[in-house]
Design a protein around this ligand. Structure first.
Ligand code: NAI
Length: 277
């Protein structure tokens, strides 16, 4: 399957990332089938897409996105992108089901942010047509799509997906399958160190964020960013990278573990390192 043969896209999981990915493709003119577990989740996803779409583009986007709770609706897709929660068992189950339903030659991608592509590839029928497409949050705004090549991913699949990322006006990077890929290995080195600075009493969170914003021109400080990502998600990613690389530098700091235990997960719960009203 070449880039231009990819004409219809399915996205499985209509949460934060799935609905954003569906929006990106619909805005570029692709028909998209968006699958999730319930009609309520799907209608909420459409509402959020509408809020984030220019009014003049909305009618076209709405016409192009078909929502459904039936996984077999993926069968018409040339590319299926899995965006269900970051749990290896769930991802394998969904990928297995999708790979059986897809037409011959179709590509399956996963939006995983930290799980090994090779460990997921065991679940699919054609690992040569399986690849990581790691969109950033929010997909409409962020330019990067980190393309992750598994050991069995074919050259054709890789070049087709890299071409597609460019075609939807995003910037592709290519990474081998390694814990945290490029993006999270770099990002969590920073976020982990920022948390350890707080833990060691070197500086408060405001000072740490200010250094990176005013001093390094980062749009958000690392502590603000951790709250934005979700501290539970940060904890899981850090565990995956530290276990995968066997590198203690990525071990989650105690201050992070404690906040997660207290249910302070960042913006989404109203409190993390910062409080949100
Ligand atoms: P989310 O929890 O917001 O959305 C996941 C969606 O999948 C939910 O709507 C859920 O109902 C649905 N789902 C669960 N089981 C399903 C099934 N069997 N069939 C169909 N739908 C099912 O999660 P989020 O944040 O969108 O993350 C999805 C993936 O994207 C994860 O792998 C995550 O690591 C990755 N990611 C997340 C980023 C973020 O900032 N949230 C950034 C980049 C990647």
């Amino acid at each position: 399957m070449r880039t231009d043969d990819i004409k219809a896209v399915s996205v499985i999981g209509a949460g934060t990332m799935g609905r954003g990915i569906a929006q990106v493709f619909a805005l570029r003119g692709y028909p998209v089938t968006l699958v999730d577990r319930s009609a309520e989740i799907l209608s909420f996803a459409l509402e959020r897409i509408k809020e984030r779409t220019d009014p003049e583009a909305w009618e076209g986007v709405l016409q192009r996105i078909r929502t459904t709770t039936r996984l077999d609706a993926v069968s018409g897709a040339d590319l299926a992108i899995e965006a269900v929660p970051e749990e290896i068992g769930l991802k394998k189950k969904v990928l297995k089901e999708v790979s059986v339903l897809l037409k011959k030659g179709a590509i399956i991608a996963t939006n995983t942010s930290s799980i090994s592509i090779d460990s997921l590839s065991i679940a699919v029928t054609a690992p040569e047509r399986f690849i990581g497409m790691h969109f950033m949050n929010p997909p409409k705004v962020m330019r990067l799509v980190e393309v992750v090549r598994g050991e069995k991913t074919s050259d054709e699949t890789l070049s087709s997906i890299v071409g597609l990322v460019k075609k939807i006006d995003k910037t592709p990077t290519i990474s081998k399958d390694s814990p945290g890929f490029i993006s999270n290995r770099l990002l969590f080195a920073l976020i982990g160190e920022a948390m350890r600075l707080i833990q060691a009493g070197v500086a408060d969170k405001e000072s740490i964020d200010t250094v990176m914003k005013a001093g390094m021109n980062h749009p958000m400080g690392p502590i603000e960013l951790a709250d934005f990502i979700g501290l539970d998600v940060c904890l899981e990613i850090m565990r995956t990278i530290s276990d995968g690389l066997n590198d203690k530098r990525y071990a989650p700091p105690v201050v992070l573990e404690n906040l997660v235990k207290e249910g302070k997960l960042g913006r989404k719960t109203g409190e993390g390192f910062y409080k949100y009203s």
